[in-house]
Design a protein around this ligand. Structure first.
Ligand SMILES: Cc1cc2nc3c(=O)[nH]c(=O)nc-3n(C[C@H](O)[C@H](O)[C@H](O)COP(=O)(O)O)c2cc1C
Length: 350
């Protein structure tokens, strides 16, 4: 019988749900552990490595077998590998956990691997907080033997996340939210976000912008409806259909919005560059505060039709200013991941 040699992200989620239901202490280690730390899947994984509280070895084994797993390799007390035809391989490693939070895992030669308390960590992956072994520990585990191709990939990813500071982490975490809840960001957070916006640089420091924080849900709804009407009236229905497929709301029910109004600069178009920079300051500031966000170019639609002047007036656009972009703000109903950066988009000239 051909064995399933890949554990998918869905398999991982199933195993995590299963472990959570058992209510035992566990941490994902190995290749999946590295990808959890990076926040996304970087490569294929044959198995799921799980470090767990060894006091529950028998209970975990019984539960796994009840779920349909069969023991493939039994090297107790160091590790036990099991296989399930649907979920693939799982490699479980019992730990002896001390009161101070440190632990030890039996090696294969009557020796022990010592785990420091701070190595037991967690990371957000696929919208859930997952217990996993820390990057520092993973790096140590990847030493002392000849690295395989997969280990080299894991090491590169570990190096990358370990060299990240808070700013780089926020940039990597930011994603476009298209599914907002009713929860409303606090005024002080909105102000902090708007202030991050006006800290943006602009050509010759011209600041041809106005950052308009829209707390009036009624206006947001009206602008949404107007934008949808304009989209529906276009000859090409693709965009309208796209929004209908996403729930029919141009602004995805966001409870708050920032509109960046801009004024033509010299040379013409330079104001758009300034607008992009301020908008990105705003979304990164929001992300850093845990507030979901999305750049919404379609905001401009609300100003493109017969109601445009009315909206400009109600939003207090300064004279001569037009809509640059809108940024939707709120809390996400469905955590998502940003696009996977395409490394080929970087050229290095030595
Ligand atoms: C200038 C700009 C305008 C955008 N306008 C919209 C929009 O109107 N509606 C939308 O759903 N997404 C919009 N987006 C979001 C992009 O689709 C999104 O950034 C892209 O798919 C990458 O996904 P990520 O942001 O989650 O990494 C816009 C993004 C930018 C930068």
């Amino acid at each position: 019988m051909i064995k399933k040699e890949i554990t998918t992200k869905e398999n991982l989620m199933e195993v995590l749900d299963f472990l959570d239901r058992l209510k035992i202490k566990y941490w994902i280690d190995g290749g999946w552990g590295v990808d959890i730390l990076t926040g996304k899947q970087n490569r294929e994984h044959r198995d799921i490595d799980v470090d767990f509280d060894g006091e529950f070895t028998e209970a975990l084994l019984a539960a796994l077998q009840e779920k349909g797993y069969e023991i493939e390799t039994d090297w107790r007390p160091s590790r036990i590998e099991l296989y399930h035809p649907e979920f693939g391989y799982i490699d479980i490693h019992p730990l002896i956990i001390s009161e101070d939070g440190s632990a030890k895992q039996a090696g294969l030669n009557d020796d022990w691997y010592e785990f420091e308390a701070e190595w037991f960590s967690s990371a957000v992956f696929n919208g859930r907080v997952i217990p996993c072994i820390s990057a520092a520990a993973q790096k140590i585990f990847h030493t002392g033997y000849e690295l395989r191709e997969v280990d080299i990939i894991d090491m590169k990813n570990l190096e990358r996340i370990m060299s990240m500071n808070e700013t780089l982490k926020i940039m990597a975490e930011r994603f476009s939210c298209r599914n907002f809840t009713d929860q409303i960001p606090e005024d002080k957070e909105l102000l902090a976000i708007a202030e991050a916006g006006i800290q943006a640089p602009s050509g010759m420091n011209r600041q041809h912008w106005q950052v308009i924080v829209v707390k009036d849900k009624q206006i947001i709804e009206e602008m949404d409806a107007e934008g949808m009407k304009i989209l529906a009236g276009l000859g090409d229905k693709t965009m309208h259909q796209r929004i209908l497929d996403r729930g029919g709301k141009l602004f995805y029910n966001a409870p708050r919005m920032i509109v960046i109004a801009i004024k033509e600069a010299f040379p013409k178009g330079a104001e758009l560059i300034d607008c992009g920079i301020i908008a990105q300051n705003i979304v990164l500031a929001a992300t850093s505060l845990g507030i979901a966000n999305i750049h919404c170019g379609f905001t401009g639609l609300a100003f493109a039709g017969s109601k445009g002047e009315e909206f400009k007036k109600r939003l207090k656009f300064p004279e001569g200013y037009e809509c640059g972009i809108g940024i939707l703000l709120g809390y996400t109903a469905k955590p998502a991941q940003p696009h996977i950066p395409n490394q080929e988009k970087i050229t290095i000239i030595e």
